[in-house]
Design a protein around this ligand. Structure first.
Ligand SMILES: Nc1ccn([C@@H]2O[C@H](COP(=O)(O)O)[C@@H](O)[C@H]2O)c(=O)n1
Ligand SMILES: C[C@@]1(CO)OP(=O)(O)OP(=O)(O)OC[C@H]1O
Length: 159
């Protein structure tokens, strides 16, 4: 078994679509990034890459490369899943938290879980997603950005 953690932050700005956990969420702002800036999927990918001892998403999908401009983070997650499967690992369980004053994430968590489970070829019961505000404290609390943290346990499926 191998464990990994991931953490990511993206700024909330005007004129961007808000995509979190592979789901488009109606909101007045969206996250800024080279890719679609899906902060939750970025934290999950970093956790998986960490567990594999493979660095982070910046190493595999550099933001200096045009091919990742506007990239769907679900497609990047598919590439991370391929690395994981190639190394004979499967998801044991994954736990993640989104830190956002707004919007309310709970209505979208079911759909996020189904999209992530489909890409990672695991049962939805292996994935736990949650959200918290910071009670208006800090950059998340001021609505300037959204953060996400993830922890993943990988199991060796060749054993
Ligand atoms: N962006 C968010 C933040 C929170 N939630 C849900 O609300 C609950 C209460 O949040 P607190 O920060 O006041 O603890 C939290 O447990 C989440 O279920 C949310 O959906 N979206
Ligand atoms: C996802 C990548 C893809 O170029 O770009 P960003 O959307 O800017 O996201 P970040 O969390 O800064 O990670 C770096 C890159 O891998």
């Amino acid at each position: 078994m191998r464990i990994g953690i991931g953490y990511d932050v993206h700024q909330l700005v005007d004129n961007r679509t808000l995509i979190v956990g592979g789901v488009t969420i109606p909101y007045e702002k969206g996250l800024l990034g080279h890719s679609d800036a899906d902060v939750l999927l970025h934290a999950i990918m970093d956790a998986i890459l960490g567990a594999l001892g493979e660095g982070d998403i910046g190493k595999h999908f550099p933001d200096t490369e045009g091919q990742y401009k506007g990239a769907s983070s679900l497609s990047l997650l598919k590439a991370v899943y391929s690395m994981m499967a190639e190394a004979d690992y499967e998801i044991g369980n994954l736990d993640a938290v989104m830190i956002a004053q707004a919007p309310k994430m709970s209505p979208y968590i079911g759909l996020m879980k189904s999209k992530i489970a489909a890409v990672l070829h695991c049962d939805e019961s292996c994935i736990n997603l949650k959200a918290t505000t910071t009670e208006h404290l800090g950059f998340e609390g001021r609505g300037e950005g959204i953060a996400a943290q993830a922890v993943v346990l990988l199991q060796n499926c060749a054993l």
